[in-house]
Design a protein around this ligand. Sequence first.
Ligand SMILES: [Zn+2]
Length: 355
Amino acid sequence: MKDIKENYKNKWMQLPRNVVVGHGVISDTGKVCKDLKLNGNALIVAGSSTLHAAGKTVQVTLEDAGFSVDVAIVADPTLDEVMKVEKISNEAEASFLLGVGGGKSIDIAKLASKHLDLPFISVPTAASHDGIVSSRASIIKDKTTVSEAANSPVGVIADTAIIASAPYRLLAAGCGDIISNYTAVRDWELAHRLRDEPFSEYASIISNMTAKILIESAEAIKPGIEESAWTVMKALVASGVAMSIAGSSRPASGSEHKFSHALDEIAPKPALHGEQCGVGTIIMMYLHGGNWQEIRSALKTIGAPVCASELGIEEEYIIQALLNAHKIRPERYTILGTGLTREAALKAARITKVI
Ligand SMILES: [Zn+2]
């Protein structure tokens, strides 16, 4: 009997229940919360500018639906801000949280709701990275950004009219974060073959296909077009689902993410997460022996950075980041192995025209 039991696998998948994407859907927030059988007090977590752009609308629709609403204004995603939100939530006796913003407020609300054991709804106002759907929160700890385990949002409300009116640079960065699935999956396959790391065929296929569809749609992703916001949001949701199936960020985060995190640590003025991941994907795809030219040209078509100068980062920091990247999350095996030599890093960056 024992043997049979041990042969059975157990698997937990946590997925958002309601994902609502489209024009003007922010006005349905109250309705979505009702549909999710939420009740009592809502706590909106937003930055001061997003509160005016979208938070107020969220507040009105929640009040119209009969919820009482409190608001927590937050700044950078630090643990102090997370604790501040927890305190406000306890005082307001909130029964669920809504993160309204481009990413920071969502990360803060996500982690606070995990600590408070309350449901959380993600209301992104920009589509710049896949954290708006995932169960991981990027939080600043001791001046470095770490990825903390949290819960998936129970609902995602992505208003494409709002997302399309956000600065285009954010949407283009979101594309970089999605395209990075390509090398993340290759790294995962490598870790599976070399380190016997558990691998999910389903998660990897969804993640790869998401990057593929986005690359094929590159021509259609343009500033000010709501359809573009729609395409990118769908891809971010699909990436989030792939991560939920895998139970980790593996399908969407590999060597290119390590490179981006290494840049965050050393560059005086890092670029956006998705922008750095996009450039990282070009280099890592070259190291994998894959079609890095396809990645580069898709990013170029979209209008995302493809080289050091477009990132606004000096070339030496790019090389340093390539040399340091393997030390970030060392347990996550990637094509970087135990590290690149300076010669290899220079060669990879030059061939791919990143420097
Ligand atoms: Zn990312």
